[in-house]
Ligand binder design. Structure first.
Ligand code: ATP
Length: 427
């Protein structure tokens, strides 16, 4: 029986087609519930009456198609309502994709393969999420592909991956990760090893192609691909590579005329590819380099400890001889532009290098490969990640945290040259 006078609950009324944009405070979570009407968060409907708890720093919007009343409990960094949003155009895209899925299902052919492109902070991940949740609400199981190695949402930074979306995405928990298909690149920018990035994109697409071949349901539902915000130079080249590799037939360009017209121009001889320009939402929050860096370490922490500290990773000990650690690529690659014309960079970017276990591995995150032989490491997806907490040179033992107890699914581990923006204070 606490005093009700100290209550911080506030009500917010949302008009038809308007949204409440919220940045949760930095130190404490925010509780929110839908009191009347209907509302959704990035495509997922809110359950009536039930309080939901949003963790600190989360940025999101509650959108009402027909009007709603929301209650908030707690402090926010900012919150305001906006009635100008691009939601109608987004849902129109969804309607067109729906038509294509139905046609694909009827003719046992391939559903839409959508790729979302645009500069950083244009709302790519958010649009991907809405399209997936709206599709899942209608009973489809589209595949989400995340090619964003910096701020991606599949496992930890430095990865690309894919996962089927079978239900509207939980507004708090985010993308479900029960059975993700993950490839470990190991850096947060593709420029460190462009060739390796391309190889992994190719591997991922081939794996999905094989899965689609045996699964008409997911083939008809199609995929939604989220990309990096790097859209110039090599970044642009990688977008074209992704569009081509995944055989995309819908390119959604967020918030940039120039990119849209460049893509229309280069794709004009592919009449089955639609390039659609969409407006960026005014609600998208820009994040600076420091914030992005922080967000990356939080994601790594979240992988081991859960969003609300609700997981407890296991500490395990292994003998040096039980593990085999590799690095991909011969260190940083000299940019081609720095070499004399015609010369090739000396280090093969997809070369596998065996790494001796020593204290250099301390406090690093290593990927656990599904490979059975070293030769398979580059082309294999990864089972998960471990975090090295101790190296005992004398006893030749390595102590590490893993999400679960028991033996690792493989002895082959991949190490990165860079710390992935990882902050050991997090542990
Ligand atoms: P990146 O540059 O990392 O690829 P992005 O283009 O994918 O970013 P998002 O991640 O979709 O951008 O959006 C950036 C941030 O803005 C996210 O925290 C997201 O939750 C928030 N956001 C997006 N749309 C809205 C909105 N309408 N209201 C409030 N916050 C929003």
């Amino acid at each position: 029986a606490g005093s009700t006078s100290a209550s911080t609950i506030r009500q917010v009324k949302l008009d038809r087609e308007s949204e409440l944009r919220i940045e949760v405070g930095y130190d404490s979570p925010l509780r929110l519930r839908l009191v009347t009407g209907t509302a959704e968060i990035f495509g997922t409907e809110l359950p009536p009456e039930i309080w939901l708890t949003f963790p600190p720093r989360l940025k999101f919007a509650v959108f009402a198609w027909y009007g709603a009343t929301i209650e908030l409990d707690g402090t926010t960094e900012t919150d305001y309502t906006a009635d100008e949003t691009p939601m109608i155009s987004y849902v129109n895209v969804h309607a067109i994709l729906e038509g294509r899925r139905n046609r694909a299902k009827a003719s046992s052919s391939e559903g839409p393969r959508v790729i979302v492109v645009g500069p950083t902070d244009s709302g790519k991940s958010t649009l991907s999420r809405m399209l997936l949740s709206w599709a899942a609400k209608q009973g489809w199981k589209p595949t989400f592909v995340d090619l964003d190695i910096g701020q991606g949402s599949i496992t930890i930074p430095g990865c690309i991956g894919a996962t089927p979306i079978e239900m509207p995405i939980d507004p708090v928990e985010g993308i479900p990760l029960e059975i993700p298909l993950v490839y470990f690149y190991g850096h947060t920018t593709p420029s460190n090893n462009v060739d390796l990035y391309k190889v992994l994109v190719k591997e991922l697409s081939q794996m999905l192609e094989r899965q689609f071949a045996g699964n008409a349901e997911s083939r008809a539902a199609g995929m939604v691909i989220n990309t990096m915000g790097w859209i110039e130079g090599v970044g642009y080249e990688l977008l074209l590579h992704a569009i081509d590799t995944f055989n995309c037939n819908v390119v959604l360009v967020l918030g940039q005329e120039k990119l849209c017209s460049m893509l229309r121009d280069v794709l004009r001889n592919k009449p089955n590819v639609d390039v659609v320009k969409l407006q960026k939402s005014g609600g998208v929050v820009s994040r600076n380099a420091k914030f992005r860096q922080k967000a990356r370490s939080y994601r790594i922490r979240e992988y081991f400890y859960g969003l609300a500290n609700d997981l407890s990773p296991h500490s395990n000990i292994a003998n040096f001889s039980d593990l085999s650690v590799y690095r991909i690529g011969g260190g940083p690659q000299a940019p081609r532009s720095a070499l004399p014309i015609g010369a090739e960079p000396a280090a093969d970017p997809t070369r596998l290098v065996h790494v001796n276990i020593n204290r250099d591995l301390l406090h690093l995150v290593l990927a656990v490969s599904f490979a059975k032989e070293p030769e398979e490491i580059i082309s294999s997806n990864v089972a998960g990640f471990i975090y090295v907490t101790d190296i005992d040179i004398q006893r030749k033992k390595i102590t590490y945290l893993a999400p679960s107890a028991g033996e690792l699914p493989s002895k082959f581990l991949i190490v990165v040259c860079e710390a992935l923006g990882f902050d050991s204070k997090c542990f």
